[in-house]
Design a protein around this ligand. Structure first.
Ligand SMILES: Nc1ncnc2c1ncn2[C@@H]1O[C@H](COP(=O)(O)OP(=O)(O)O)[C@@H](O)[C@H]1O
Ligand SMILES: [Mg+2]
Length: 346
């Protein structure tokens, strides 16, 4: 699959710089996103991957400031959309941006769909509000959008209520609604996690297809590296609020250097030659935000960790080629092993 990114379109659409997101809780302040920087170019599909609890959703919701209504949240850094810092926008401009330039889809489509309105009513409302369409025009555009997402009988679907549709159809309706305003950027946070494998493949194909047809950039977030690598141009691996490795999808897969990335790759089911073998699992779990290790955040689960890793945080370091950065004290030794996705003790 892969996106339609053009080489000459290199000015970032979204540029997240040193983003920090903290929550004020009863037990003190916690840092869910810790100094994260990355950019998304026009037409590009960028992946963010990491286990559950690594800060992917907090990060993606911060881009549209969706958290501040419900949580006492503290931001630092910048989220530049073209030349405007979203974190400093007034609410009126923020609403315009959300409706027009950036759209978001979530794992559970029912959180975005209103159960008491038909599919048509909901999409029409977006078109009337943001695109100043008349009712009749909005209905025909709604049908077009549903058709674009591969819904077999769009006119029928338009008259249905969300609960009358299957999970895959609900997800398509949510995508149609997200596309109503022709966003420049689609943020997709685990959009296929709740779906079975066949429907998941169809939705992924749809996202890539829309990226190609409409030139829409995508920030694709998932806990599943196998899914991310199918559609993304480049990948950021996130662990406990930080980016620990970033490069093109191809390089990440062929020359992963962070022990966490290596673990995620080994955990992908049915890698070539792995059939029948017991599936690898990274030992332990992501620590809670109240218990973040002092040095490298991954040290408590890492087979490479030594004294230094437990006391000093490694910087995100350029490897020197392929726009590849890694946050590990041992990445040079790991590179020398040249054992692909093997571990230290193999
Ligand atoms: N409102 C909140 N208050 C305190 N901690 C939160 C809040 N929302 C999320 N978190 C914490 O932030 C961390 C990252 O969560 P999240 O972004 O949902 O992870 P992911 O999407 O990668 O699974 C988790 O430890 C979670 O418990
Ligand atoms: Mg999440």
């Amino acid at each position: 699959m892969k996106s339609n990114m053009k080489q000459n379109e290199k000015t970032p659409l979204l540029n997240v710089k040193n983003l920090k997101v903290q929550f004020e809780t009863d037990r003190g302040r916690v840092t869910a996103v810790d100094n994260v920087s990355f950019s998304v170019n026009p037409g590009e599909i960028v992946g963010i991957v990491g286990e559950s609890g690594c800060g992917k959703s907090v990060m993606s919701q911060t881009i549209l400031r969706l958290l501040e209504h419900t949580d006492p949240v503290i931001y630092d850094g910048q989220v530049m959309f073209r030349d405007i810092d979203i974190l400093k926008m007034n609410l009126k401009d923020l609403h315009t941006l959300r409706g027009n330039d950036i759209a978001v889809i979530f794992q559970d489509p029912l959180t975005s769909l209103n159960p008491v309105y038909t599919v048509a009513n909901q999409i029409e409302e977006v078109l009337i509000l943001h695109k100043s369409m008349k009712k009749k025009q909005a209905l025909s555009r709604t049908i077009e959008l549903l058709e674009l997402t591969g819904i077999p009988d769009p006119a029928r679907c338009a008259n249905q209520y969300p609960h009358e549709l299957s999970g895959g159809m609900q997800q398509r309706v949510m995508i149609a609604m997200a596309l109503a305003c022709e966003p420049k950027l689609l943020i997709a946070d685990e959009p296929t996690t709740a779906l079975d494998v066949t429907i998941q493949a169809q939705i992924l194909e749809l996202i890539v297809d829309l990226n190609k047809k409409l030139g829409m950039a995508v920030l694709f977030i998932s806990h599943d590296l196998g899914v991310v690598t199918k559609i993304c141009d480049s990948v950021r691996v996130m662990y406990l609020g930080q980016i620990v490795e970033e490069t093109s999808t191809e390089v990440l897969f062929t020359q992963p250097l962070h022990p966490y990335t290596i673990g995620l790759i080994r955990s992908i089911p049915r890698m070539e030659g792995e059939r029948g073998k017991e599936l690898y699992v990274i030992k332990g779990t992501v620590p809670s935000l109240f218990n973040v290790p002092e040095g490298c955040h991954f040290c408590t689960r890492c087979e490479w960790a030594d004294q230094k890793c437990f006391t000093q945080e490694p910087p995100l370091t350029e490897t020197g080629f392929d726009d590849h950065r890694v946050k590990c004290w041992h990445f040079r030794e790991i590179a020398c092993l040249d054992k692909g996705v093997g571990g230290r003790n193999e």
